[in-house]
Design a protein around this ligand. Structure first.
Ligand code: GDP
Length: 195
């Protein structure tokens, strides 16, 4: 994918702020610090467009980035951040569940998992929501550069087993450091948005 344009559009806190131009959307979910911002930056070859570790307390906003006037990346708030109140957690749940249930523009959800660790309870919950609402999902195992190649299969198996992953879901190994998986992930995205 040749990137000709990418820009930050909005931090949306309610559905009325979501874009209305009906471009397909690729959403990204994962724990805070998992590497979502780095992944977006790597995909679009920008150093700092997605704010790295953007304000972990802000649990109620979806960050929209438009790429090539063709697709939006929708970055969910990172979950699992300890200092978030119960109310904020509930609001997060409502916002995300509404989005994945109702947003017709959502064509593919990337569930981003740090390859070094087994998925958290929140990852499992998110994955089950995605399955429940039939959202096409790609599991992205990031920070692959931190694991020796010989151990990749073992780590991927733990991730699949913990999520009880649907064998039809794509799994992409990724590294924002080395660029591993970038081409593959663009292929998966292009297929999902029909380009
Ligand atoms: P976010 O909170 O999910 O947006 O996570 P960030 O993108 O801010 O990344 C959190 C930390 O992990 C930062 O210090 C990144 O430099 C680091 N990081 C992210 N992706 C990778 C990766 O693929 N490999 C390595 N080695 N570090 C990464």
């Amino acid at each position: 994918m040749k990137i000709t344009q990418s820009e930050f559009i909005i931090s949306a806190v309610r559905p009325s702020q979501y874009p209305v131009d009906a471009l397909p959307e690729i959403a990204l979910a994962g724990r805070s610090n998992v590497g979502k911002s780095s992944l977006i930056n790597k995909l679009i070859l920008r150093k700092n467009l997605a704010r790295t570790s953007s304000q972990p307390g802000k649990t109620q906003q979806l960050n929209y980035y438009r790429v090539n006037d063709m697709v939006y990346f929708v970055d969910f708030p990172g979950y699992g951040y300890a200092k978030v109140s119960k109310t904020q957690r509930e609001l997060f749940g409502q916002m995300i569940e509404t989005y994945i249930r109702d947003r017709e523009e959502l064509k593919l959800q990337l569930l981003v998992i740090d390859m070094r660790h087994a998925p958290s309870k929140d990852d499992v919950l998110m994955y089950h929501w995605l399955k429940h609402y039939n959202v096409p999902t790609c599991i992205v195992c990031t920070k692959a550069d931190k694991i020796p190649k010989g151990k990749w299969d073992k780590h991927v198996k733990v991730i699949k087993d913990t999520l009880e992953a649907d064998p039809r879901d794509q799994i992409v190994m990724f590294s924002s450091e080395t660029g591993l998986g970038r081409e593959k992930l663009w292929e998966v995205i292009s297929e999902a948005i029909g380009t």
